[in-house]
Design a protein around this ligand. Structure first.
Ligand code: DGL
Length: 274
């Protein structure tokens, strides 16, 4: 039996921390390694091949740290790299390791959130163009009418903490209104990018109280705990000392400062360059 090891959580940058926080709150006993590829973020406008290559590098790094289970807490990586990694790379690297994404768990839940059966999806250009939400929602809630809108400026605004500036607010307003203009019956908006919960209050204010704005973090946390209950063979491989280790491909002083603001406690990351 191998040594027990942490759960790996990966995002292109800080956004995955919104998922990490919910997962960690729901399952505080487990050990976690968070990796943010901040130096190469955002991934949202990058090609399929580049997102796949970067995501595979990140997954291999987390496997090398011993993690038998990696969560891609990034929709762009889940949309563009997850399937290839699961089907082609995992069998070669380590068939008993697992890589999970955030799109499937979210689309499984969206159906229950809308009464009007009209749902909006906001995401990066990569996630929206991949049509992953349209494809997955067809399986889990085929009666739902989905409108999508890409917000290419939002991740840079959040990574650089410029979302409170007048220009940032203008981009957020414009994008939310563009989505709602596509379908006036939308009563739920899924934030299909793990960065967006940072600006959830602003999105909610623009959308209005009659629309549910939904973050993925709590959904992913809930699905992950159920996954581990139904996969004891994975659960026994995971260590449970309640530790959190952070890696960033960006300067750690920058990461530590911003991550501490996201999480509300001090962070001491380790640098990893790809
Ligand atoms: N948090 C990532 C996501 O969920 C952002 C991707 C990016 O770096 O553009 O899609």
């Amino acid at each position: 039996m191998n040594k027990k090891a942490p759960i790996g959580i990966f995002d292109s940058g800080y956004g995955g921390l919104t998922v990490f926080q919910e997962v960690q709150n729901a399952m505080p006993d487990y050990d976690y390694i968070y990796l943010g590829d901040n130096a190469r973020a955002p991934y949202g406008n990058r090609s399929f091949d580049v997102v796949y290559e970067f995501t595979l590098e990140a997954v291999k790094f987390l496997f090398d740290q011993g993690c038998p289970l990696v969560v891609l807490a990034c929709n762009t990586a889940s949309a563009k790299a997850l399937r290839t990694i699961q089907q082609e790379d995992l069998p070669k690297i380590n068939p008993s390791n697992r890589v999970l994404g955030v799109i499937r768990p979210s689309t499984e839940e969206i159906g229950a959130l809308s009464e009007s059966r009209h749902v909006g999806v906001l995401g990066t250009t990569g996630t929206i163009q991949s049509e992953s939400y349209l494809i997955e929602l067809k399986k889990f809630a085929p009666d739902i009418v989905v409108s999508q809108h890409a917000c290419p400026m939002w991740v840079p605004l959040i990574e650089n903490e410029k979302y409170d500036h007048p220009a940032g607010i203008q981009f957020i307003e414009e994008d939310v209104k563009m989505l709602l203009a596509k379908d006036s019956h939308i009563d739920a908006i899924i934030l299909a990018c793990t960065h967006y919960p940072v600006i959830k209050d602003k999105i909610q204010e623009i959308a209005g109280k009659h629309i549910k704005v939904v973050s993925q973090g709590p959904i992913v946390a809930d699905k992950l705990s159920h996954y581990l209950l139904s996969h004891p063979e994975m659960d026994v491989q995971l260590s449970k000392n309640g530790t959190k280790t952070f890696y960033s491909s960006e300067s750690v002083s920058v990461f530590n400062e911003k991550a501490a603001r996201f999480l509300g406690y001090p962070v001491a990351a380790i640098h990893h360059s790809f």
